[in-house]
Write a protein that binds this ligand. Structure first.
Ligand SMILES: [Zn+2]
Length: 127
């Protein structure tokens, strides 16, 4: 298993903490820094927190900048976000498998706000 190992000594016991290594998914290199010279709103992996503002990625600024950057290529944005959703799900589940965000939460956070294609027909109402 490809993991970095770090030893933590507490009391008389030694615990091995394994941090996941990012996988070979899409590299989160968007959105670009705006205005130029400012820290870009990109995620810190494997925590998926914004390295510019510290909020969960994609933060509001990242979403706005991605919308602008991919204005003429919404399909590319959907593919990019879906790939990062997959990577974030892997990272965050490995970090906290018991009470981390659910796949639905992560889907809402990463994919649903973007150019996600919703069904034309609404689901039937329950009586
Ligand atoms: Zn940010």
């Amino acid at each position: 298993m490809a993991c970095q190992r770090r030893s933590l000594v507490t009391g008389h016991e030694q615990h091995i903490v394994r941090f996941p290594i990012p996988r070979l998914g899409p590299y989160p290199d968007r959105p670009r820094a705006y205005p130029p010279g400012q820290p870009p709103h990109l995620p810190i992996r494997p925590l998926w927190m914004c390295r510019a503002c510290g909020r969960p990625w994609p933060c509001a600024e990242a979403r706005l900048l991605l919308r602008v950057e991919y204005d003429s290529n919404p399909i590319d944005l959907a593919i990019y976000l879906s790939g990062l959703y997959h990577e974030a799900t892997h990272d965050l589940f490995r970090l906290n498998p018991h009470d981390g965000p659910t796949p639905r939460d992560l889907f809402e956070r990463f994919v649903a706000w973007g150019p996600y294609r919703r069904g034309i027909v609404a689901p039937p109402a329950e009586n």
